[in-house]
Design a binder for this molecule. Sequence first.
Ligand code: ZN
Length: 479
Amino acid sequence: MHVPERTRSSITDPSAARALSRCDELAGITSMEGGILRTYLSEEHHRQNDLAASWMQEAGLSTRIDAAGTLIGRMEGREPGLPALLLGSHLDSVPGAGRYDGPLGVIMALEVIHRLAPHRDQLPFAVEVVAFADEEGSRFGSGLFTSYAMAGAWQQDWWEHTDDQGLTLREAFESFGLDPTRIGEAARAPEEIRGYLEAHIEQSTQLEEAGRALGVVTSIVGERCFTLTVTGEARHAGGTAYHHRRDALVGAAEMIAAVEEIGRRREVVATVGQIEAAPGAVNVIPREVVFSIDLRAPADAPREAAWEEMSARLHELAEARGLRLTVEEFLRAPAVECSAPLQKVIAAAISTTDDAGAEDPLHTYSRAGHDGVAMSEVTEIGMLFIRCTGGISHHPDEHVTAPDVALGIQAFEAGLGAGPQLKMGLADNGSGQRVQLGRLRPSPRPPDRSTSRTSRRGGRSCPRSARSRTAPPSGSGST
Ligand SMILES: [Zn+2]
């Protein structure tokens, strides 16, 4: 493996080696055939909490499980009871996952705790490591339940969500040993939190293409998802002349090509990931096609403009072939901006490392959703990205290098003010804090408050079957 010269000295970093071996260990507690699967309120959830709690206790943290099942480890600052800076990520996974999406952020936070602990008598805040448990939404089809619970944004209608076995979220809570009536106790007040910082693999290729190990996240992508139904007419494939056909599949094919063309030109990310044609016989012209569109952008305005053009173009294409087109929106999540002061802290922290181009760190937006979307409802959020090989994620081949993880831990550490860069970071040695997190304005509320929170998950994947989705969120509806 080629290792860049500037990071070579980090290869033997014991923190990075331990972090990677712990990611392996977490992967080992799951046993999905052909990959990893850890879902919310499952046996694996108990096991991941037990294992990570043992690491937290070894690092000197006091641990607890909150009312939603999130594992939290706390280190007090220079006096007990100070507001806490939260560091974390999630331990749940998608089916057939890799080892690093989520766990790496929790485990890197623990490595930082090891380095921060000797300075705790100077820390002007407490530090908590949080291990969320439902970022991916793999079991109840939604996601971010645990971080929304911490943000005090739990929605009562979530209790009726069901898993593949028909078990409701409420029933799953009870069988896990949690009390649904106490969910409100998971909520944290804004004044007891100083911010939320997450390290995460990039899940894209901006860093790799730039030759960087680390990046500053500027925002978490906003997303809209739609189910489109194209209706034509089923006729005999042999006997129907072209000028008599109303072929729903050919019409859908033109629409899909248009979605990509508009997405490319407007520099938003548009994907058709699901398609079904009916009746689905070799010798019958397709009567109906249902397909999905997943539309993402770093900010809401370019996404809305792209959708307006797409919607108009798709209706034109339908009309030209005598087809009927209906569009149902099933997810709308506004983009969430990372706090500007935290972006500065993370950029300054990266600049203290040996990463290539560290003096001018790469800023990029996250193309996937994260727990920070939910946490932005209650506090400032910041994210540090770690390069992942080929941008591959949600796949067993997900990969990060030890030198990159070592750089990430160094940056994280510098950002918090531990170690030799004590003056750089959030702690600032307890005097004259350059970054006064406690005085930051609360995060701006997203503009689209009419949309239900179930639909406000940033960057979630569309459901497995576009056809099976039920009612769209309030405030959206057919377009
Ligand atoms: Zn993740």
